[in-house]
Design a protein around this ligand. Sequence first.
Ligand code: NI
Length: 174
Amino acid sequence: MAIKQVLKMGHPLLNRQADAISEFNTPLLKTLLTDMRDTMAALDGAGLAAPQIGVSLQVVIFGLEFNARYPDAEPVPQTVLINPTITAQSQQMAEDWEGCLSVPGMRGLVPRFTHIKYTGYTETGEWFDREVKDFHARVVQHEVDHLNGILYPQRMKDLQALGFEQDTFPPLKE
Ligand code: NI
């Protein structure tokens, strides 16, 4: 069990392009994934990118069965995604509220593509691709943005739609 500290907005590592993974099945990658899973579970997150725990590598994890932070969200399979690419399948975008463990206590209204294809590698180095929509597509775009040094406020069209949870939303149930 290794719950890591999550870097917060303003830390320069969160603004950096992460490096690709070149070797799979290494102790480094295994430890990184264990730390990421433990940290995400402890903080009740829907996703986490390696740079958020201070490791500038192209690794994200995400997945959601039921999560008190996102009570209305559709389920997303537990996924490890390494060296990802995203291709929009249509130009249609939709806005919805997002939160981020690196921007604690806040939510913002963020436009995202509603239909994407994404590709990448599993933790054992197998390539895969998926075509997904809506909330699943939103989660992937949010997490992959972390690998490109982008936090969700940078995607917002109107910063008036950025606010603290207790003012913008009813209190979260834990
Ligand atoms: Ni985030």
